[in-house]
Write a protein that binds this ligand. Structure first.
Ligand code: NAD
Length: 493
């Protein structure tokens, strides 16, 4: 494709620019990446593969907005008003931003519209918190002194996000970051970059001063690593795989940037024999097959007490086989595609790995054929029984629609298996015994535990991982602390 300005379309492919200083601009080196629709296999957009020079420009824009632009004059109440206006702009354009994400990652349109409608709630919550008192005055052991603390914004935040819920996971960062007065450079996944550009345009239309929210698109390297190594970036808020999180943490260590990491999982969803079977099965199915299994919190290890194991396997398989895999645009579809070809190949490769490790394939196990989509990256809901916790399918994050059913004998064994993993993001417990529910919840090494439900999150509730599932928490009131520094001020009275 010949060089063209951002916003132009050639043969149905729209070319986008970097979003810096409230406008789309072409990358310095003129290098672009294709954005592919995973349902059709067709390229529908191109975005810059930002170079170090482009990232320098974005950092300069964000730094000057933080240090000398209009944003500096925004009081907490002004920031709160902006967040509310931004939320309204999102609500007004919910269908469009949902559609863009479906074109990028093949998730169901109804799920993406649902997420878009939820985003204003996050901004309203942080608009409220922006105006709450912060800091403290401290009783002292010395006379004639007053000491108080204030919380101040960190500066420039790099928000690096994955492809599975492109905008919702950005909102989790933008809400507290902007409420606290920081400026932001988003680096969306190279699989899902367009929705982030449109999102930043909406923020500008809602009145955000130039340079406060910028978007650089491109690959993890050079674009992402140019940000994480940049001396002008004060904090990295990252969601993605554990491997990338580890690389980012070590790079950030060189300049001691603040880092929060939301990483991978291999979450246990534990069914005790005293559980309500109907609700448990509903929770198991939604826990692993929602979003084609591409959620960090996917309940990918299903632990079932031996007395009801065969019954659960039978019912779970029946439900998995009934899931309608289809066109993500069709409201009747229950599962869309996997987001991109490398992920599709990874998912299929784990089916072979599980088989050769001795797991018993009881449902799915292949690409799903969907009429009218010969090149679509669809995978059948796949179930393995007789999985043991030492198998790779039980230890490694697949991030696809593959469930592993593991047998346990008693509560101690369930807890041991659940905790025997490098991850600690989430866990589910299904039981009719209230004492057991709390007892097991307290023994699980996971950042979120759901009792007789699964996959619930809220702007008001902290979310994050134990162990190698992350560092820090998103959402909830304390998330603001992740975007501020505390200053102690001494006054001689
Ligand atoms: P990924 O780690 O491959 O990429 C995430 C982002 O990091 C992308 O924007 C990518 O371009 C960027 N990146 C890659 N290498 C980089 C580098 N060296 N420096 C800076 N940036 C770099 O993850 P993915 O495949 O896009 O997403 C799937 C992963 O995300 C899964 O492991 C999943 O569990 C995790 N995830 C976690 C949560 C959570 O809240 N804990 C939520 C959603 C997804």
């Amino acid at each position: 494709m010949s060089q063209s300005l951002p916003g132009t379309s050639v043969a149905g492919v729209t070319r986008y620019g970097l979003f810096i200083g409230n406008q789309q601009i072409a990358p310095v080196d003129g290098e672009y990446l294709d954005v592919v629709n995973p349902a059709t296999g067709k390229v529908w957009a191109q975005v810059p593969n930002a170079s170090v020079k482009d990232v320098d420009m974005a950092v300069e824009s964000a730094r000057s907005a933080f240090e000398e632009g209009d944003w500096l004059g925004y009081r907490a109440a002004d920031r709160a008003k902006f967040l509310i206006r931004f939320g309204e702009a999102i609500a007004d354009n919910a269908e469009e931003i949902a559609q863009l994400q479906v074109n990028e990652n093949g998730k169901l349109i109804r799920e993406m519209v649902g997420q878009a409608k939820l985003m204003p709630e996050y901004f309203n919550y942080y608009a409220g918190l922006a105006q709450m008192p912060t800091g403290s005055t401290n009783p002292l052991h010395v006379k004639q002194m007053l000491n108080y603390t204030v919380r101040e914004p960190l500066g420039v935040v790099a928000a690096i996000t994955p492809w599975n819920s492109p905008l919702l996971l950005l909102v989790w960062k933008l809400g507290p970051a902007l409420a606290a007065g920081n400026t932001v450079i988003a680096k969306p996944s190279e699989v899902t970059p367009v929705s982030a550009i449109r999102f930043a345009e909406l923020a500008a239309e809602a009145g955000l001063p130039p340079g406060v929210f910028n978007v650089v698109t491109g690959l993890g390297s050079p674009s992402g690593s140019a940000l994480t190594g940049h001396p002008g970036v004060d904090k990295i808020a990252f969601t993605g795989s554990t491997a990338t999180g580890q690389a980012i943490a070590s790079q950030a260590g060189k300049t001691l940037k603040r880092v929060s990491l939301e990483l991978g999982g291999k979450s246990p969803n534990i069914v005790f024999s005293d559980a309500d079977l109907t609700s448990a099965i509903n929770g198991l199915v939604a826990g692993i097959f929602g979003a084609s299994g591409q959620t960090c919190m996917a309940g990918s290890r299903i632990l079932v007490q031996d007395t009801m194991y065969d019954q659960v396997v039978e019912e779970f398989v029946r439900r998995a086989e009934a899931i309608k895999v289809g066109d993500p645009q069709n409201p009747a579809s229950e599962m869309g595609t996997v987001a991109c070809r490398p992920q599709f190949e990874k998912v299929l490769s784990y089916i072979d790995i599980a088989k050769s490790d001795g797991a018993r394939l009881v449902a799915g196990g292949t690409r799903a054929e969907v009429d009218g989509f010969p090149d679509g990256l669809f995978v059948r809901p796949t179930v393995f029984a007789d999985v043991t916790n030492d198998m790779r399918i039980a230890q490694e994050e697949v991030f696809g629609p593959i469930a592993s059913l593991i047998r346990f004998h008693d509560e101690d064994e369930a807890v041991r298996i659940a905790n025997e993993t490098q991850f600690g993001l989430a866990a589910g417990i299904w039981t009719g015994n209230v004492q057991r529910a709390h007892r097991v919840a307290s023994r699980l090494r996971a950042g979120t535990v759901w009792i007789n439900n699964y996959r619930k999150t809220s702007y008001a509730t902290p979310f994050g991982g134990y162990k190698q599932s992350g560092l820090g928490r998103e959402n909830g009131a304390d998330a603001l602390r992740e975007y501020t520094e505390e200053k102690s001020v001494w006054v001689d009275t």
